[in-house]
Design a protein around this ligand. Structure first.
Ligand SMILES: Cc1cc2nc3c(=O)[nH]c(=O)nc-3n(C[C@H](O)[C@H](O)[C@H](O)COP(=O)(O)OP(=O)(O)OC[C@H]3O[C@@H](n4cnc5c(N)ncnc54)[C@H](O)[C@@H]3O)c2cc1C
Length: 301
């Protein structure tokens, strides 16, 4: 119930404008967002790197309203990539930030320029997955990019009923996958509604990826599932270099530390920028108790 409420709020444009321009903005976001600027994000990446944690940078923004804005997003990401050479960092991007709502080909061209820059500095792109209205178009663009730039990662959401088939396809073309549960409000016709079903789907897909995927990323903070991953890779003798865990900046730092201490690879998703509202509301939707942290932050000096 609360989840749906926060996901409903995430789409309210007036509230978004008000929150993102509020002088209290930093107090709302500091738990989950590295800061407003690229420099803020790079400082967080450098600190994490010292703690043996890799990163993927996300310049916040989605559903841009013109192709000019999409070009601006591309330039912002090019600026970020220019700073990442030599670091164990990738970039994560949402295709609606690059014009997917207007032109699939225009979006593809923007993303291709980023892929060229990523290759030049020795890293790759991770292409986030948005709501189910975009799944086919996102996978089309992602697989076209991966055809030219191997290592490009797609995201598959375990809550979607179609995902087992998508994972088979990704495994066949040897495309790396990030497996997450899924963060959007979806109808029961396309997505499992019960947490139990989503978790079961996640574990099944995770095992398929660990057995037959190409350098998969297990993206979850679910302690039970992370424990099952530890058990499965030990049983199957899958080496720690063959996959990585991924988590969100600011979520379950205790579990992050445990993964690193056990010698597994961990990459954190580090968002930055001023367009933080939809990302932030999805984090509240995942755990409404985060509102308590939010209120505490507001009163902290
Ligand atoms: C690296 C990464 C990339 C992602 N990329 C995408 C994407 O491209 N598309 C997409 O739809 N979704 C994406 N997600 C979000 C994902 O789909 C889930 O919404 C989110 O990770 C919560 O699911 P969970 O697996 O952690 O399990 P849950 O069952 O939601 O949570 C398990 C436990 O984790 C902790 N937890 C989870 N979320 C939070 C939170 N926000 N604050 C505090 N504690 C929390 C709690 O202890 C909770 O009990 C991504 C997640 C990660 C980690």
């Amino acid at each position: 119930m609360m989840r749906h409420f926060f996901l409903f709020l995430s789409k309210q444009k007036g509230l978004r404008r008000w929150m993102e321009t509020s002088p209290l903005s930093h107090k709302f976001t500091r738990r989950f967002v590295a800061g407003e600027t690229l420099d803020d994000a790079l400082a967080v990446c450098a600190r994490l790197e010292r703690e043996k944690i890799w990163t993927t940078l996300d310049h916040l923004g989605e559903n841009v309203t013109s192709l000019d804005e999409a070009s601006q997003s591309r330039d912002d990401y090019l600026a970020a990539l220019a700073e990442l050479g030599g670091h164990p960092a990738t970039v994560s991007l949402k295709l609606t930030q690059f014009g997917l709502d207007f032109s699939t080909d225009g979006c593809y061209e923007n993303v291709r320029q980023l892929a060229l820059k990523a290759r030049e500095i020795g890293t790759h792109l991770e292409i986030d997955m948005e709501s189910s209205a975009y799944t086919d178009r996102t996978l089309d663009v992602a697989t076209r990019i991966a055809g030219e730039f191997p290592g490009t990662r797609a995201v598959i959401q375990a809550y979607l009923r179609r995902s087992a088939a998508d994972i088979e396809r990704m495994n066949q073309i040897k495309m790396p996958v990030r497996l997450c549960k899924g963060a959007y409000d979806e109808p029961a016709s396309v997505a499992f509604a019960e947490k139990r079903e989503v978790d079961q789907s996640y574990v099944e897909l995770m095992k398929t990826l660990l057995d037959r995927g190409t350098y998969p990323a297990i993206a979850t903070h679910d302690e039970r599932i992370v424990g099952e991953a530890f058990r499965y890779v030990r049983e199957r003798k899958i080496a720690p270099e063959q996959f990585e865990f991924q988590m969100l900046y600011g979520v379950r730092r205790d579990l992050q530390q445990r993964i690193v201490d056990l010698g597994y690879r961990l990459r954190l998703y580090v968002p930055y920028g001023t367009a933080w509202y939809p990302y932030f509301m999805r984090r509240l939707a995942e755990r409404p108790a985060n509102v308590v942290f939010l209120v505490r932050n507001l009163f902290r000096k």
